[in-house]
Ligand binder design. Structure first.
Ligand code: KG4
Ligand code: ZN
Length: 362
């Protein structure tokens, strides 16, 4: 059995986890501890990098100890360490990666510096045992992109946002409607009571051949509607949220279809093509339902990992480390590996905003 301890500190979750490949070849999550800093940042309406870094320093040792205890292991029982080395907020990355380096130096275990996006990209193999190749739609506060996942370390970015990330659009919409942070769950909750047909917000890039995403025009349209109606009643807020969410789901369906078509062309003999959805926004039920229907219509299977593993966590980092260890993709001088605030998974594609970028969501 191979066991890897993973550490994640790239944004506002301090997380540690132990995952394993059991002797019969099955993946297993032995522990998964996630300490959210939401309360520390709520008053500011977004993640404050300096507060995040300090909170990671204070919490990380305890979170690692908790992950080991939950797994019933000591450090010496693990085979390797994996830590997020980027992309993300530099303060947090330094805290997690340096801690992992210290443990690796003290125990002599190998250290795997992990790209946070690779963690999201490989999660479906941990949860669903998915085989390569597949498509990944990553929708979070810092990223909106579609990746062609061909193998460990082999990723192609097929689409990306040209402006805001989708989670960012939810967060900004919530903020301008006076809804609490984090915005995504607040907007979704308000939308349940609202009329999605009351406002016709734009569907950015809908119908265009390029496969990318854009959300800033949608946010601007929401702002205009809110300003015209001010002061907003509870019904107005609910209707705006429902109409916003409808615009988002329709836009997503249209944009994602481009990449499903491309995947079909790239792999005409693939009998069971799959689309994986990951990132915090994947918790949204309306978005999941839309993707479910789209995939059913296009002959794809939608794989949506449990919500706890869609948002940021360390199990995905430990798992990416385990996959890299098994594939022999181990950094020669990991102790000298510098954290990378920007680190696109697919170095070959054009740098677009939203790819390899994570930053303050405010
Ligand atoms: O993956 P994640 O936990 O952290 C990042 O890497 O950003 O994603 C957080 C993002 C936030 O923008 C949050 O508002 C959004 O995911 N989110 C949601 C929902 N739950 C979280 N967006 C829409 N609907 C939700 N239910
Ligand atoms: Zn993430």
């Amino acid at each position: 059995m191979t066991r890897v301890l993973g550490i994640e500190t790239s944004c506002d979750e301090t997380a540690a986890s132990v995952v394993a490949r059991t002797d019969d070849g099955a993946p297993a999550i032995l522990s998964n501890v996630v300490l959210s800093q939401i309360e520390e940042h709520a008053a500011f309406g977004g993640v404050v990098p300096e507060i995040a870094a300090r909170a990671h320093v204070e919490a990380l040792d305890g979170v690692i100890a908790a992950a080991l205890a939950e797994a019933g292991l000591t450090l010496h029982d693990t085979d390797a360490l994996a830590a997020t080395a980027g992309p993300g907020l530099i303060g947090g990355l330094i805290v997690g990666l340096t801690t992992a380096k210290a443990i690796a130096a003290a125990t002599g275990k190998p250290l795997l510096p992990i790209n946070h996006l690779e963690g999201h990209a490989l999660t479906a193999r941990l949860t669903d045992g998915l085989d390569f190749p597949y498509l990944l739609l990553l929708v979070s506060g810092g990223h909106t992109q579609i990746l062609h996942v061909q193998g460990v370390g082999r990723y192609g970015r097929w689409a990306s946002t040209i402006d805001d990330a989708l989670g960012e659009a939810f967060d900004k919409t919530a903020k301008l409607l006076g809804l609490p942070y984090p915005g995504g769950p607040s907007v979704e909750k308000a939308a349940f009571q609202g009329d999605p047909a009351r406002f016709t917000f734009p569907r950015p890039l809908k119908g265009e051949a390029r496969p990318d995403f854009s959300f800033s025009g949608l946010k601007t349209a929401v702002r205009r509607a809110a300003t015209e109606l001010a002061p907003l009643s509870e019904d107005d807020v609910a209707d705006i949220c429902a109409s916003f969410q409808r615009a988002v789901t329709e836009t997503l369906a249209d944009r994602v279809t481009r990449s499903l078509e491309r995947f079909r062309k790239a792999h005409p003999k693939h009998a069971h093509p799959a689309l994986v959805v990951a990132g915090g926004v994947a918790a949204n039920a309306a978005i999941r339902n839309t993707l479910e229907t789209l995939c059913a219509n296009e002959g794809f299977t939608l794989v949506a990992p449990p919500v706890k593993l869609c948002g940021d966590n360390a199990a995905m980092i430990a798992w990416a480390g385990l996959e890299r260890l098994e594939a022999g993709l181990v950094e020669e001088d990991a102790l000298a590996f510098a954290p990378r605030p920007r680190w696109p998974l697919d170095a070959g594609s054009d740098p677009l905003y939203g790819a390899g970028k994570r930053g303050a969501k405010a």
